[in-house]
Design a protein around this ligand. Structure first.
Ligand SMILES: NC(=O)c1ccc[n+]([C@@H]2O[C@H](COP(=O)([O-])OP(=O)(O)OC[C@H]3O[C@@H](n4cnc5c(N)ncnc54)[C@H](OP(=O)(O)O)[C@@H]3O)[C@@H](O)[C@H]2O)c1
Length: 498
């Protein structure tokens, strides 16, 4: 975590009575504060329609921190100091009157402390309110810097499809400059995701291998064991492609595939990610089935317990065609990656919660160990585990001890927890800190978001079509539909079992 110079700032959270504020935002801010990395002096104003006093807001946030923060409140003293920076402004974000109250609260805070008026607005409401909030921030004058910086963090989803993403970006651009806008993708704040770039570009041994001459295929898996929980109604409108693929998995693909940026700064990193997006082969609307597959979980068992199927979940239509599993086969048509398939899959109610990137290398050109009774060995594989049990593992062939020449794959394994001892910071900690410091490297730029939606448009259209076949069913607790195996087997491959 960077320890940069202190600068005063005030964070205004819209939707502060919601789940995200309670589970992620305030616990992350607390952990930063407790770890002495949050710039000071700071103030946090929660805002929502629920009528809550400052004290009640602080009490709720203390509960939230106790339940969800990486760093638990150590002593009443430290908590009280943190809590004295929390306040609450009640109002409807769609009503311009709220912004006058916010302006007063901000001015009171800024008058009482030295330094510039730095302001960060966090949109943690349902996305249907983003337009109104952005417009009101503009109309009230709050979007204009007041002698310091003014920034806005926008939560995912950034739109529902290409057209709505364009509309949201242009709404934002009418009020803010691009460098004021921070589109959050919490996957990019994860330590292992950042470590991916360190692995690639701070080690001399990997980069020479990182291309079509040595890499046979890449698999990116983001698997969840949970179902839609209480978010059935939301998920019905989203599905796996919008909820996970358009953002997290495509971001991971870009980080794996990008060319070395000139420096690890926002501009160069965003430029290189965009070049990858431009190189991904567009999906032919007439051949969507060749590159995309969808599934939906039926009833099954997870952790030994019976669980309902997706269509039996609350808020889900009994004949829903929403996909809870999606797989893609993409090609990056450039010098480095021509011919290397990128397989992406994500799903809910899969066998295990795991996110990983697996890079499979070519086999050796000739096997000299012909006396190996097994007849050969698996190719080398580099696996970057993003969660849980963050780390990096390389499988290599080794000789089994004994008189026979028998080869076996063994793992050279690096585990974050073991090496560094401490739990890595939460993604929101890093991302909030970066926004305060004005570093948008780990955020999504407008053009990237638009390209990601544009790439997936043919798939979204094909799946939304009335006559489209229903998603393939899979048993909850499995690794997805059987058809996903034939999907990848067409190229002669197989999904890894993480
Ligand atoms: N929860 C997560 O883990 C998570 C993860 C990734 C992204 N996100 C994104 O983060 C954002 C917030 O998520 P969340 O789960 O915290 O949402 P949420 O709990 O559904 O809503 C947040 C707050 O917004 C206010 N609100 C809801 N409907 C409103 C309306 N019609 N008019 C005015 N205010 C309204 C509510 O406060 P009042 O009723 O008190 O006004 C509510 O407490 C969403 O865009 C979501 O997609 C959430």
């Amino acid at each position: 975590m960077p320890a940069l110079a202190d600068e005063p700032f005030t964070l205004v959270i819209f939707g502060a009575s919601g789940d995200l504020t309670r589970r992620k935002l305030v616990p992350a801010l607390w952990s930063l504060y407790a770890g002495r990395t949050l710039p000071e002096p700071f103030a946090i104003i929660g805002s929502a329609r629920s009528a809550v006093s400052d004290d009640e807001f602080r009490r709720r946030m203390r509960e939230a921190v106790r339940e969800f923060a990486r760093v638990k409140p150590p002593s009443a003293n430290v908590w009280d100091r943190f809590a004295s920076s929390l306040s609450y402004v009640n109002g409807d974000p769609a009503d311009l009157a709220l912004y006058a109250s916010l302006e007063r609260a901000l001015r009171d805070i800024e008058k009482a402390r030295p330094g510039p008026a730095n302001r960060l607005f966090y949109l943690a409401t349902p996305p249907s309110l983003y337009d109104a909030i952005v417009e009101n921030l503009g109309a009230s004058g709050l979007a204009r810097p007041q002698g310091g910086w003014t920034r806005v963090i926008v939560e995912k989803p950034f739109g529902h499809d290409y057209e709505s993403a364009l509309a949201l970006n242009s709404r934002l651009a009418r009020v803010f400059r691009e460098e004021q806008i921070y589109r959050i993708d919490h996957y990019l704040g994860k330590e292992t995701v950042q470590n991916l770039l360190v692995l690639r570009f701070a080690n001399g041994i990997f980069e020479p291998l990182w291309n079509r001459n040595h890499v046979a295929e890449i698999q990116i898996t983001v698997a969840e064991s949970i179902g839609v929980e209480t978010r059935g109604a939301y998920y019905e409108e989203a599905g796996a492609l919008r909820d996970m693929m358009q953002n997290h998995l495509l971001q991971l693909l870009c980080l794996i595939a990008l060319e070395p940026p000139v420096t690890f700064d926002a501009g160069p990193v965003h430029d290189e990610k965009n070049k990858v997006m431009r190189a991904i082969r567009p999906i032919d609307p007439r051949k969507v089935d060749e590159v995309a597959l969808r599934g939906q979980y039926g009833p099954g068992f997870v952790g030994g317990k019976p669980v309902p199927g997706y269509r039996q979940e609350k808020g889900v239509a009994p004949d829903s065609k929403t996909e809870t599993y999606a797989a893609l086969r993409l090609q990056v048509d450039n010098w480095r990656w021509a011919g290397v398939p990128f397989y992406l899959r994500t799903g809910k109610r899969l066998a295990k919660r795991v996110s990983e990137i697996a890079i499979r290398f070519h086999r050796t050109p000739h096997m000299i160990f012909h006396r190996d009774p097994a007849g050969g060995v698996d190719p080398n594989e580099l696996v970057i585990r993003i969660q849980p049990d963050e780390g990096v593992a390389l499988t290599v062939a080794a000789k089994m001890p004994g008189p026979e020449l028998k080869l076996l794959p063994v793992g050279l394994d690096f585990r974050y927890g073991e090496v560094f001892g401490a739990e890595p910071p939460e993604a929101y900690e890093r991302l909030l800190l970066d926004a305060v410091h004005g570093d948008s490297t780990l955020y999504a730029r407008a053009d990237w978001v638009e390209q990601a939606w544009s790439l997936l448009s043919p798939v979204l259209d094909a799946w939304a079509h009335d006559g489209a076949p229903a998603p393939y069913l899979y048993e909850a607790g499995s690794w997805g539909p059987a058809e996903a195996d034939s999907f990848i087997a067409r190229d002669g491959g197989a999904w890894r079992t993480p």
